[in-house]
Design a protein around this ligand. Sequence first.
Ligand code: FAD
Length: 553
Amino acid sequence: MEKKKVLVLGGGFGGVFAANELARIARRRFEVELINNNNYFVFQPLLPEVAASTIHSSDAVVPLRQLLRRIQIRQADVMGIDFARKCVTVVQGFRRLPVELPYDELVIALGTGVDLNRFPGLAEHALTMKNLSDAHLLRTHVISCLEMADVATDAELKQQLLTFVVVGAGFSGVETVAEVNELIHRALRYYPHIKHDEIRVHLIEYAPRILPTFPADLAEYATKRLRLHGVDVRIGVGTKSATSTAVELTDGSVIPTRTIVATIGNGPYPLVESLGLDLKWGRIKTDRLMRVPGHENVWAIGDVALIPLRDEPGEDPLGYAPQTAQFAVREGRQLANNLLAKSKDRELKPFAYTSKGSLASLGMSKAVAEVYGVKLSGTLAWLLWRGFYLSFLPGFASKVRVLVNWLLNLVVPPNIVLVQSAVPGTRYIHYRKGDVVLEPGMLIDGFYTVTRGALKLTIDNPETSEHFEKVFGPGEHFGERVLLRSALRTGLVVALEDSVVLWISQRDFTRLARAFPFLETYFLSYIEKTFGGPDKAFAPGSAEQAAELEHLH
Ligand SMILES: Cc1cc2nc3c(=O)[nH]c(=O)nc-3n(C[C@H](O)[C@H](O)[C@H](O)COP(=O)(O)OP(=O)(O)OC[C@H]3O[C@@H](n4cnc5c(N)ncnc54)[C@H](O)[C@@H]3O)c2cc1C
C-alpha cells in the first residue's frame, strides 16, 4: 500500500502529539513530516521558571529529533499554503530558499502569536512570554535592571528600574509575576544598594478577577498570596498605552517603569491570516472533527484552531476547546485516530474532552489546583503542580534535567549571570511628554527619526556661551552630528509631547552612511545648514573613526 504524506505544521503540543500518535498507530499507512521553525519543542508552562532562573533555558525544551524519532523533522519557516495544489511553501536551509512540499493530509498546529497593536507603545516596549527567547530575554532584562539600579544615582531612574509590571492575569501572567517576584527578592542579597521595599511588582488585569479559568475561591486565595508576597494586584483595570519609561492604565494612573511584560493579546500569525480560511476570534474555524470546512484534507488543532465542543456553540466561548496544552494534546491524539479512520473509510469521531482541572504556581512553594473537582491550595498544590508537570514533560532526559534544576534551586542561590544578548538594530521608541531622550555627556547610542510628536534639542556650550535650540517634528531627525563626530552627546533632547521615534543603532547608522555616498552628502549638508559651518570632525569614510565607533558600541 502506498503511504500517504501527512504534513504537520508546528512542533508545539498539538503538532508533536498528533505526529507521535500517527507514528505509533498508523506507521504503515502514513509518512509523517513535522515542520517547525525551531528544532525543539517548548514546554510553555515552564517558561515562567526559565524567566525566574529556576530552570536553565535549554532544559525547558526538548529537541524534536530526539522526541520524535520515527518522524521526519524539518526545521523551516512555513510561508504559505496552496490548498488547490495541495502543497506548502517553506523557507529553509543555509540559502533560505523557498521549497514546495506536497501533502495528502495537512495538519495546521501553528499556535498563536502576540498582537499588542491595540495599545499604543505596548508592542514596542513590552516583553512577551510565548517562547524560549522571550523567557530568556525577560530573565536577562530583570537581572540587568537590578545591576543598573544598584549603581543608579538618579532616584527617579532607580525607581523605574525597580518597578516591574506584568499585564494579564491568566495562568501565564500569574505564574510569570510570581516567579519573577521570587527571583528579584532572592537575588537582592547580592545587590547591597537595593532594599526590598524599593521593589514594586504590579499585576494588571482587566477582568474583575485573576485566573478566570479557576474557581473564584482559588482565584481569591491566589490574589491574597501574591499580595502577601508584595505583588500589587490591580483588577478591573487595563493597559491604555506604554512608553519606554511608563505604562498608562485605563483608570488614568501611570506607573513609571522600565519593565512591562504582556501576557495578553493572543492573536493569529500574519501567515494564518493570509491563508484565506474562515477565522473567528483570530482562530481557524473547524468542524467537530477538527477539519477545516471546505477543505477535505486540511485539519487544524491546538491554539490556532477554534474547535466546537458541541453543535452550534455560536458566540459562547465555553462551547469551544480552550487554548491550553491539556486540550492541544488530546486534539492531536484524536486527530491522529481520525486520520487513521479516514484512511480505512471508517467513521470519524467528533472531538470531545472535559478538562481534568487546572494548576497554577504562585511562587514561594505555593500553588492553586483544581483536579477532578478537588480544590487544593498552598504547598500541597505546589507539589502536585511540580509532580504533574514533571510527568507531563515529554522525554526522560528532560524530566531528569528539570528535576535536577528544581532540586538545585532548593539549596543554591538563584543564578544571576547576565549573558548579554544582541539589541535590535532598529526599533520604535515611544516617549511621554517631558521624557528626557538624550542628555549631555551620554555615550552615543543611535540615530533618531521622529515619526510622531515633537522633541526639542538644546545645546549650551559653557566655554563659548553659545546656545542652540531646535524642535524636531515628524520626518525630522537628530543624533547624526554627534554620532558621526564624537563619543559623547552634547545636547539635551526632551519630548515636548507624546512622541514616537525610529531608532537606528550607531553601528547600523554609520555603516549605512558609509555605504551610501548620497547619505554622507545629505548629512554633511544637513549638519552645515542646521548647525552652521562645516563640521570638520565629520570625516566620511574614515576607517579609524569607523573602527573607533564600532569599538565604542
Ligand atoms: C507562559 C505560558 C504558560 C502556560 N501554562 C499552561 C499551563 O500551565 N497549562 C496549560 O494547559 N496550558 C498552558 N499554556 C498554554 C499552552 O502552552 C498552549 O495552549 C499550547 O502550547 C498550545 O499548543 P499548540 O501546539 O497549539 O501551539 P504551540 O505550542 O505554540 O506550538 C506552535 C509551534 O508552531 C511553530 N510555528 C509557528 N509559526 C510557524 C511557522 N510559520 N513556521 C514554522 N513553525 C511555526 C511555533 O514556533 C511553535 O513551535 C501556557 C502558555 C504560556 C505561553
